[in-house]
Design a protein around this ligand. Structure first.
Ligand SMILES: Nc1nc2c(c(=O)[nH]1)N[C@H]1C(S)=C(S)[C@@H](COP(=O)(O)O)O[C@H]1N2
Ligand SMILES: [Mo]
Length: 197
């Protein structure tokens, strides 16, 4: 009996270590969308990054799929308190996309098909921390979860991982996006519980 108790105890401590404060574990994959699911055909999809000067850098689906991509295994944390551990994605690193961009601005506003926006400091998008993901669990990303492609910034609360992403506009100053204008934190670090402001 004592051995079994210790076994449960250590398993529990292991997952607790990966669970930010105030979060609980879930094994399903809830859908959280502020509006209807846009249906974007890859034939009409494009993604662009607009720096302060010059033309935006843009990729159509074919050009985007020709870029090097990475498999990403990561935990995700929603501000509504569910966390999901060890999720599997495939996508293009923001480092790869930003290799084609020159900017002195430090902030990004992320824009989506359907109108959703979210703000993220550039420092949180670069350095191997963020991807434009197009596969989940080895299959094309479901429209409900942001397909054909979504931003994945797993070290921040999941509202920053914009679904149906279509572009990034670089900004000199940080400005609130959709949920941030409605009280969510400008930054959103789950480990320090940057939930609301
Ligand atoms: N375009 C768009 N992206 C979005 C949202 C949204 O409503 N629209 N919801 C955000 C929120 S609050 C969360 S928790 C996650 C949910 O992603 P999921 O539906 O794949 O779980 O997407 C984020 N990205
Ligand atoms: Mo959320």
């Amino acid at each position: 009996m004592a051995v079994i108790s210790r076994g449960f105890g250590s398993r529990r401590r292991e997952s607790d270590a990966n669970l930010p404060p105030g979060q609980y574990l879930t094994t399903d994959f809830p859908v959280l969308s502020a509006g209807p699911t846009p249906r974007i055909d890859t034939g009409e999809w494009s993604f662009s990054i607009r720096p302060e000067s010059g033309a935006p850098v843009a990729w159509n689906w074919e050009q985007f799929m020709a870029l090097p991509s990475e498999d990403v295994s990561t935990d995700i944390h929603c501000v509504t308190r569910w966390s999901k551990l060890g999720t599997s994605w495939r996508g293009v690193s923001l480092d790869t996309l930003f290799a084609a961009v020159t900017t002195d601005f430090a902030y990004a506003m992320v824009h989506c098909y359907g109108g959703y926006t979210t703000n993220v400091p550039l420092a949180d998008l670069l350095g191997g921390k963020a991807w434009i993901a197009y596969e989940f669990g080895g299959s094309p990303l479901d429209p409900e979860h942001g397909g054909p492609a979504r931003l994945l910034v797993p070290h921040l609360y999941f509202w920053k991982s914009a679904k149906w992403v279509r572009g990034i506009v670089l900004q000199e100053r940080d400005e609130p996006g959709f949920w941030e204008q409605n009280g969510y934190h400008l930054h959103g670090d789950p480990w320090t519980e940057e939930r609301y402001w």
